[in-house]
Design a protein around this ligand. Sequence first.
Ligand code: NAD
Length: 473
Amino acid sequence: YSMAPVNVKKICCIGAGYVGGPTCAVIALKCPHIQVTIVDLNQARIDAWNSPDYALPIYEPGLVDVVRVARGRNLFFSTSIDVAVQEADLIFVSVNTPTKKSGVGAGFAADLNYVESATRHIAAVATSSKIVVEKSTVPMRTAESMRTILEANSKPGLRFDILSNPEFLAEGTAIDDLFAPDRVLIGSLQTPEGKSACQSLTNVYANWVPVDRILTVGVWSSELSKLAANAMLAQRISSINALSAICEATGANIEEVAHAVGRDTRVGPKFLRASVGFGGSCFQKDILNLVYLSESLHLPEVAAYWRQVVTLNEYQKRRFSKRVVDTLFNTITNKNIAVLGFAFKADTGDTRESPAITLIRDFLSERAHVTVYDPQVEVSQIWFDLSEALPDVPLEQIKKQVTIANTALSAAQNSEAVVVATEWKEFRDIDWRAVYDTMKKPAFVFDGRMILDRDALREIGFEVMTIGRGDQL
Ligand code: NAD
């Protein structure tokens, strides 16, 4: 076995989702000399990636332009996993790692079933040595499990070097993040083989990422860094949201507080916006993963510390729903509430763990009628998420209480309140006077994302409630 880094010519990515799709499309774009094949078990998803009119399975600004250039040149989407694995020198494993729903560690631990299946698949079909890269966010020491599985199940004489290369892109800005990442993190075993594999992957990224942004560390540090990064980002949101509750009770203003605190260069101004709470498939899942890890390591105080970040987030969402009900004269039964935004953040169609779902669930349990509008989320996705959020309510019943609108203005028609649940830019630019005219009076706006001009809305006649201000209404 040569210690020289492999000159990567063919890459396979297992998992054509929010991470595998954009990351490997960008690798293909930036490395025309490498053939990149993204594979998935989900035929519909692959068909969408291959669709002639670029109706891609995920919405991400700039993604279509990348796929347009690279697809069919050196970027391919396929369900033929075996061939793609056999041909590749380097394989990304970018499958989903959701929180376990049942069994040991239910509600906390990551479900590693998909990672294990993908790993076993590689072992079963590989006919040459591979570099296998954990792209999925995984519990610590998953690299070790993958290596054990690969070595126990593959043909004799093959080598598998496992790298950890967690993805730090944020949905909504994925393409910009991938073009100019703050850093690329590659973790490997500190053996000659591990370091050589690490160099092979470094060489791929070095095609467009400045080398001083490519950090190479030990594999366990790399796995923990991904959990740590998400935990600390979410912690920042929970910290500002915890302070927003104090503001509301005292008359302080969270935006002034955030600005003042963020001016301290040690704190920094970013990610200090109070809101209805964070969503997305990662923050909660990765923190719970960290909680589970801490408990497994018999570190209960550490577990309790991180768990509180999630608890506070739940509290923030509940607090917001309660304020909507309280403000609407303590009852929303049979009232029309327009919810603007269903995605978990702006510039994505992704709804996983979206705060909008929690809010709507709360409004429906108060027997309100809800009209939803989101510029990107598919109608079928909204029904799917609401049935999941209300498992005891038949979908026909949900459909009686919920309407899906095509525009923000039509969603607001005849409503007593408009609730902004996602920070889509277009919500700022709505003709709010027209919205006001269609609504019942008094007309309430609840800005769960702090994106609206409160004074301008008041000028029109709205009663406005935002987050973290004591001088409400
Ligand atoms: P996703 O659900 O969008 O995509 C995963 C894909 O893997 C699915 O299409 C699924 O069909 C496919 N898959 C599962 N098992 C497979 C198998 N054995 N063979 C082939 N295909 C298989 O998930 P995602 O959002 O892309 O996340 C993937 C991983 O990346 C997760 O571990 C996540 O924590 C991590 N991550 C996500 C983000 C994000 O913003 N979404 C950011 C950083 C890291």
